[in-house]
Write a protein of this length. Structure first.
Lengths: 202, 202
């Protein structure tokens, strides 16, 4: 019997904990600025136990990127309703993306910022494929709204970019301690995009 | 007499050239991933000549950040008309920002991405003050449109964020070789934001 937390913690919990701690380190110090030693110290575990879970820093980072950007596409696809107006679906798309950002903020930031240093890797390619599917989903909803007469004519690709820019940029300024929730912000963005700034005739 | 380009180039030209080359390096490799040796080699000048112009890497980076983010505020303020509708002014604000991005893309990217590693420095503070003035300018134009009846009621702060997000995110995906100009893109964004996606009654 032992009460050493290194031994008694469930492996899945410990793995999750390592991913969370490492996400925050990568997010705040960058990929180059974070070492495996930093991660093991921040988790209060030995380096050998850390290496038991992740082969090296790249492997650890890969798992963070795939758990955030990688799952966003599936997460959103599973939660956007298939019935209703295109506007309702796009609203859901935006709010669910914001919810995902809220839940996985450090991993999201780590994937967005540190990624730059990762170069033209296979990981980058995997992520880009997921990103393309995500963007394609949004474009199909915009096209649906044009086809059914809800929306006026538009450049679908650029409108999709505009919507995603609003959500993607949030990592840079959002402060959970003094702001609305990401979901509230996404709701305000949606209303603005749907109705526009200009006064509508009564 | 000598034809050594190190000696014959005008100091101002050389300084500008170093800033341009270093911007691209910082933008593509990050701050940590770029050394003074990398910069001197990419400029084909000696390290001692590089150090003649910039005391160290931080000094070089500081000059890049201040030349991009630092000047954006003044650049835009000088070019947004003071007469006309609020909509026209906001359109100009967006197009001029896009034009600045187009002209100083590498410096913009270097300032946006590598900045993360620079931490809570005085440089960061200087930049944030400039950013605040820039954002405040946009908010005053939105408020002007509400006050004169052009725009409906809105959350001015969040609408300003939405507009700036569209422009700020461009660094991440814009590819000058296969895209519209940043100014064209900003124009499309503006039209969408002004009129909204939903069909307007005729």
């Amino acid at each position: 019997m032992t009460s050493d937390p290194e031994v008694t913690a469930q492996p899945t919990d410990r793995r999750q904990r390592i991913l969370q701690v490492a996400s925050e380190l990568f997010a705040t110090r960058g990929y180059d600025g974070t070492s495996m030693r930093d991660v093991s110290e921040a988790c209060a575990i030995s380096k050998s136990l850390l290496y038991h879970h992740f082969a090296n820093k790249e492997d650890l980072y890969r798992n963070i990127v795939l758990s955030s950007a990688g799952n966003l596409y599936d997460y959103v696809r599973d939660r956007v309703p298939t019935e209703g107006s295109a506007a309702d679906k796009i609203r859901a798309f935006m709010l669910v993306t914001a919810e995902f950002f809220d839940k996985h903020r450090w991993a999201w930031i780590a994937a967005t910022t540190a990624f730059w240093s990762a170069g033209e890797s296979e990981l980058r390619q995997t992520r880009l494929v997921k990103r393309d599917s995500f963007e394609q989903h949004l474009r199909s909803l915009l096209q649906e709204g044009i086809d059914n007469g809800e929306f006026g004519p538009m450049d679908v690709a650029m409108t999709g970019r505009l919507i995603l820019s609003s959500l993607n940029w949030m990592y840079k300024w959002y402060n959970p301690e003094k702001s609305k929730t990401p979901q509230d912000i996404a709701g305000i963005y949606f209303d603005t995009l749907l109705n526009g700034l200009a006064v509508r005739p009564a």
